[in-house]
Every structure is written in structure tokens, then in C-alpha cells.
Design a protein around this ligand. Structure first.
Ligand code: NAD
Length: 343
């Protein structure tokens, strides 16, 4: 009897290890398969592994869950993205097949913390200072005083591109630094204008006026290469660009030229066109850039929160309930038309 029950348990494929808290919830209701760290990135692996599973948890933002992969998942009821961006999931293809697509937009404060950290680090040259001390160069050249000249963070004008969950959290934090805050978004956010004291600008005006430009839009056809040569040339020569959204929102070749030819003063980048960033990429050599390896949401607290969010929604979908963080509500109609019961 037990054997039959075990065989009846739904199957969940998780493309990389996730926090134990979410895993524990999932293990109570399903058979779990976790791909090895490098395995599921490749489409062929995904196509093979997805064949008999009921749920797919997509841990990395670059795993290609396209129409072909979705077609192979004949039993799929839910595709859940363990993160806030879901541009790597073909939502339309999933919807046509009556599959829920969910995400875990519970990392805004965590990403905003990193963004502020990058701004302070870049302008005050903290990372360079750390290297100077550890290398012994400060000791050897101690007559140079002060050794690293930065610029003030407080009082500067911060331009936020995309005032959504993360952008708004960045604005909140920036207020504490007495910054003037501008924003550009496809949607005017009147409630934030009052609550956070932010001012709307068209993109070009924001680029011209800001001392620091921070990007928080999702990657889409409209935002790919949103910041290219023309936009970089609008920025002040003394300005800094911060990108913790997606690498392809910025044209990386143009940014390399902007930084190496001093069109702008510097940049802090958590995301790249190709990840991991190859060490021989020209931009990787630049001194006026602060790099982090896509760690926007990488805290233990955030990983726990994301794993629980994803797990709860997957369990709901497997029980025939509507998940909370649904990306494609239009799927409900399709599920209804197919006569699948939903509660
Ligand atoms: P969100 O949906 O809450 O906010 C995005 C905002 O961008 C919205 O206000 C939207 O109106 C605006 N927008 C969309 N298209 C635009 C355009 N063409 N021009 C101007 N504004 C536009 O999303 P969020 O939770 O704030 O996350 C933003 C992005 O950050 C995610 O999509 C993801 O790609 C990225 N992210 C990165 C990390 C990381 O580890 N570095 C972690 C989480 C999220």
C-alpha cells in the first residue's frame, strides 16, 4: 500500500539546491529531484528531466524554460521561478498549456540593501581601500594622505529607472542619505511621489540631472539595451551607473566605452550580459567599476523567504488551488475550459 502511495506522489524538479525550509515543506507532499549545480542550465538536460514531473522550480534566471522545454513537460501544472525576474520562462507557452507560472518577488528589500551598499562602496572607494590595506601598499605609501579620495553620497541626486518594488525600497533608503530622488517609469507612481518624496522625470532628463543612476526594470523587449551609447552620453561626466537588474538592460560594449573613455565616472554592476562574467571580458579589467557576482538576493534570510514562497505556491498548485504569486492569471480561464477543478 505504502508503495502505491509513494508512486502516486507528485514529482517536483528543482533546477539547483534551494533553502532547506522550502524543501522540507515540499518533501512532505512530493518526490523531489534536484539537479546537480551545473546540470539543469543546459536546455537538453531540462528537456529530459522535465518529462514526468508535475512541478518545475526554476532556480536560476538564465535557465531557458522555453516552449520546447514546456512541451516536454506533459504533466506540468506549475512552473515556479525562485526569484523576482521570470524573463527566462515562456509565460505564453505555459499559459496555452494551462500551466501556472509563479515567481517570488520577496527580495526587494534585500536587493535594495545591496544597491545602497554598492553606491556607498563605489563613491567612497571602499573596495579599493580594502585592497590597499591588504596589499601593504597603504603601509608602503603612507605618506600619501589621504590615500583614496572619494565623493560624498549624501546630498547627491539619485535617478531611479523603474520605481517598482526594488526601486521604491532603494528610494526609501536613499532618503536616509539626504539624497534628492528622481524616477522614471512607464507608469507614473503618484503614491510613491508623495510617500517617498520622489520626482518624476522623462528618461533623458533623469539621465542629465542625476549624479547616480540606478536601474530596476525587468528585462523585456522594451528594456533590452535601454541604456546604450546615446543614453550614456546624456549622463554627467561625474555620474555613476548602478545595475542590479539584468545585464542586458545595459549595452555592455557601450558601457565599456563610456567607462574607459570617461564619458561617466564609474559603475557598479551585479548583473552582466553573460554570467558568470568571463575574466577576459574587457569590462572586467576596468578600475572604475565595482563588481559583484549576481548576489542581489543572496542572503540566507532572503533565500529562506524565497524557498518558502515558492514551496507554498507549488503545493497550492498541486492541490488544485490557485497560487498566490501568479504571473499568468489568464491561465485560470484556460484551466476552467479544460474542466480541471480549481479551488
Ligand atoms: P517590479 O515589477 O516590482 O518593478 C519593475 C518596475 O519597472 C515597474 O514599476 C515597471 O512599471 C517598471 N518598468 C517596466 N518596464 C519599464 C520600461 N520599459 N521603462 C521604465 N520602467 C519600466 O520588479 P522588481 O521586483 O522591482 O524587480 C526589478 C527587476 O530586478 C526584476 O525584474 C529582476 O530582473 C531584477 N532583480 C535582480 C536581482 C539580482 O539578484 N540582482 C534580484 C531580484 C530582482
Amino acid at each position: 500500500m505504502l508503495k502505491v502511495n509513494q508512486m502516486d506522489r507528485p514529482k517536483i524538479l528543482i533546477t539547483a539546491p534551494i533553502h532547506e525550509a522550502g524543501l522540507t515543506l515540499l518533501r512532505n507532499v512530493a518526490e523531489i529531484r534536484t539537479a546537480s549545480p551545473s546540470q539543469a542550465l543546459i536546455k537538453e538536460n531540462l528537456m529530459r528531466e522535465v518529462k514526468d514531473v508535475d512541478a518545475l522550480i526554476v532556480v536560476r534566471s538564465r535557465e531557458p524554460v522555453d516552449e520546447e522545454v514546456i512541451e516536454e513537460g506533459r504533466n506540468l501544472k506549475i512552473i515556479s521561478r525562485h526569484g523576482a525576474g521570470y524573463e527566462n520562462v515562456d509565460v505564453e507557452a505555459a499559459t496555452k498549456r494551462g500551466i501556472f507560472v509563479t515567481y517570488a518577488p520577496v527580495n526587494a528589500k534585500t536587493v535594495a540593501d545591496l544597491t545602497m551598499g554598492m553606491i556607498v562602496c563605489l563613491l567612497r572607494r571602499i573596495h579599493e581601500g580594502d585592497r590597499l590595506v591588504k596589499s601593504g601598499d597603504w603601509y608602503r605609501g603612507q605618506r600619501l594622505s589621504p590615500p583614496l579620495m572619494g565623493v560624498d553620497v549624501y546630498g547627491k541626486t539619485l535617478g531611479i529607472i523603474g520605481l517598482g518594488r526594488i526601486g521604491a525600497e532603494v528610494a526609501k533608503r536613499a532618503r536616509g542619505f539626504d539624497m534628492k530622488i528622481l524616477y522614471y517609469d512607464v507608469v507614473k507612481k503618484r503614491e510613491y511621489e508623495e510617500e517617498l518624496g520622489v520626482e518624476y522625470r522623462e528618461l533623458d532628463a533623469l539621465l542629465r540631472e542625476s549624479d547616480i543612476v540606478s536601474i530596476h526594470v525587468p528585462l523585456s523587449k522594451r528594456t533590452e539595451n535601454l541604456i546604450s551609447e546615446r543614453e550614456l552620453k546624456l549622463m554627467k561626466k561625474t555620474a555613476y551607473l548602478i545595475n542590479t537588474s539584468r545585464g542586458r538592460v545595459v549595452n555592455q560594449d557601450d558601457l565599456y566605452r563610456a567607462l574607459s573613455e570617461n564619458w561617466i565616472a564609474g559603475a557598479a554592476l551585479d548583473v552582466f550580459r553573460e554570467e558568470p562574467l568571463p575574466p577576459d571580458a574587457p569590462i572586467a579589467k576596468l578600475k572604475n567599476v565595482l563588481f559583484t557576482p549576481h548576489i542581489g538576493g543572496a542572503t540566507k534570510d532572503c533565500m529562506r523567504r524565497m524557498s518558502l514562497t515558492v514551496a507554498r505556491d507549488v503545493i497550492k498548485a498541486l492541490r488544485g488551488e490557485v497560487p498566490e504569486y501568479l504571473v499568468n492569471p489568464e491561465v485560470l480561464e484556460i484551466i476552467k475550459q479544460r474542466g480541471r477543478p480549481l479551488s
